[in-house]
Design a binder for this molecule. Structure first.
Ligand SMILES: Cc1cc2nc3c(=O)[nH]c(=O)nc-3n(C[C@H](O)[C@H](O)[C@H](O)COP(=O)(O)OP(=O)(O)OC[C@H]3O[C@@H](n4cnc5c(N)ncnc54)[C@H](O)[C@@H]3O)c2cc1C
Length: 470
């Protein structure tokens, strides 16, 4: 009979609960230790992209996590004059949901409890060993086949295992809060939008959570004393963003301030101990993926260990887990950091840089790579679009025959797949509102090529003669 393996998890946040639920669902005996007196998280919203939503589905927590929550249909960046710098329409076949953090946390907690996880609160872990041990603040120790530190940016587990490679804190931070929503808060054109306005080094993000609540994130450098005060200086924020004064005026006392961390670990595991979530790969929230990747990695570690029934195999399984998961998570971390770089540019330069970047399909591919990633352990879940009966778009025939082009050696091209681009046969971003994505390709040598114009070739991006049969 397969031996029941045991795991102890430090931290009952989004990542810790996802890890606990995923392991317990695979037959592990799991105990989560949380430092606080109860499971709780700052009262704000959180964007969960397609990758995180698939993880929630795999864990059986999706319905509870997003019940009543709004889908974000557009993500818009505006300059200090309210002019749109960038407007991304989330493709119809992709989801981004802005839910309440507390709702997400409770949904994960309930998934844990259904799977038989024990959750112990007021339990502060102060250290860990590669043998799979945790030490508590009171001096006691506990040991299991696996010890996972999901204890956030100041992870004691990471520090005690000497796994820290880098912990950078940004100069920027954010005030986060939720305000009551009222009819007329947004113009009809602004419904279901995540709108981020920039003014100097301040940013103001507004996005509705549900019918009654709106999530606000007010970002500024920590040296901005008036801006970073949790007793929010409504006058100064309204002066920066007069168009949102009606929301700023409603801010109450439940406001948190935090700077952003980037964390890299030498390795994610040593022996029978591992770290994940912010403890291992915290990133600035610019792409809204810190929580998504924490949940994603919690499920992934459980999948990597699901066939292990001899504790001696755990260290190797953990190494394989890291090799598989680290590239996509660090890619996301890098792009989230890069996005933050524009914060300190002058308004005009920033607007130009962002416009140029967001219209570049290669940049878009990098920025949305994590969101488009199919997380380990969710491969069996069919696409949401299919389940929602979203009919994938038909391509437009741009030309009933191939486009003859001269390709340069080593240059990256983006072939238009939707047929709607005005820069045929290449992408100009017109696919944004469709279910298509452009095909990236390059040629090792300079040569002429015939690129498909009817968009129905079986050898995309190249012509295979299909146009003759249309
Ligand atoms: C302003 C801002 C906006 C963000 N927006 C988004 C977003 O839209 N989408 C998104 O996906 N992510 C977002 N993030 C990132 C996201 O919040 C984090 O990546 C996510 O919370 C990480 O989850 P975690 O479980 O790893 O860590 P945490 O959420 O920090 O949880 C760690 C838990 O461990 C507990 N703990 C700490 N130390 C100990 C100890 N010694 N012993 C026991 N327990 C301990 C803590 O009390 C806590 O409950 C945002 C972050 C910020 C700062």
């Amino acid at each position: 009979m397969k031996k029941k393996m045991s795991a102890i998890v430090a931290g009952g946040g989004i990542g810790g609960l996802a890890t606990g639920a995923a392991l317990a669902q695979r037959g592990w005996n799991v105990t989560i230790y949380e430092r606080q007196a109860e499971l709780r998280t700052a009262g704000a919203g959180i964007w969960v992209w397609e990758n995180g939503l698939r993880v929630l589905e795999a864990l059986g927590a999706y319905d509870d996590a997003v019940r009543g929550a709004d889908r974000v249909l557009f993500s818009e960046i505006r300059d200090n004059n309210g002019r749109v710098i960038d407007a991304v329409q989330i493709p119809r076949h992709k989801r981004v949901i802005n839910t309440k953090r507390s709702q997400l946390l409770m949904a994960l907690r309930d998934a844990c409890l259904r799977a038989g996880v024990t959750i112990v609160t007021r339990a502060e872990i102060v250290g860990a060993t590669p043998r799979g041990e945790f030490q508590f603040a009171g001096g006691q120790t506990v040991r299991a086949d696996l010890a996972v530190g999901v204890d956030g940016i100041w992870s004691r587990v990471r520090q005690s295992l000497n796994l820290e490679l880098l912990h950078d804190q940004t100069l920027e931070g954010a005030l986060r809060t939720i305000v009551q929503g009222k009819p007329g808060d947004f113009s009809a054109a602004d419904e279901n939008k995540g709108i981020e306005n920039w003014n100097g080094q301040r940013r103001f993000l507004t996005t509705s959570i549900n019918r009654d609540e709106i999530y606000l994130a007010l970002t500024c450098p920590s040296t901005d004393q008036a801006g970073s005060n949790t007793d929010v200086d409504k006058g100064t924020w309204s002066a920066s963003f007069p168009m949102w004064k009606h929301l700023i005026d409603r801010i109450g006392s439940d406001v948190t301030w935090g700077v952003y961390s980037t964390i890299k670990a030498k390795t994610w595991s040593v022996g029978h101990a591992a770290i994940l979530g912010d403890a291992a790969h915290a990133q600035p929230p610019n792409l809204g993926q810190g929580g998504g990747t924490a949940m994603q990695n919690g499920l992934a570690i459980a999948v990597a260990l699901e066939d292990v029934d001899d504790g001696r195999d755990i260290p190797l399984a953990l190494e394989q887990w890291e090799r598989r998961e680290r590239p996509v998570i660090e890619h996301c971390q890098k792009w989230s950091q890069l996005y933050g770089e524009v914060a300190f540019m002058p308004d005009d330069v920033r607007a130009m840089a962002m416009r140029a970047a967001v219209n570049n399909p290669w940049v878009a591919e990098q920025v949305f790579r994590a969101a488009n990633h199919i997380p380990t352990g969710t491969e069996h879940i069919s696409s949401w679009a299919e389940r929602a009966g979203i009919i994938m778009d038909e391509p437009v025939v741009a030309q009933n025959g191939p486009f003859k082009v001269k390709l340069e050696s080593g240059r990256r091209y983006y072939w238009c797949a939707c047929g709607r681009s005005k820069a045929q046969p290449f992408c100009d971003g017109s696919h944004n509102a469709t279910t298509f994505i452009p095909i990236a390709f390059s040629s090792a040598e300079a040569k002429e090529a015939y690129l498909c114009g009817c968009k129905n070739s079986s050898n995309k991006p190249f012509c295979d003669g299909t146009h003759a049969k249309l």
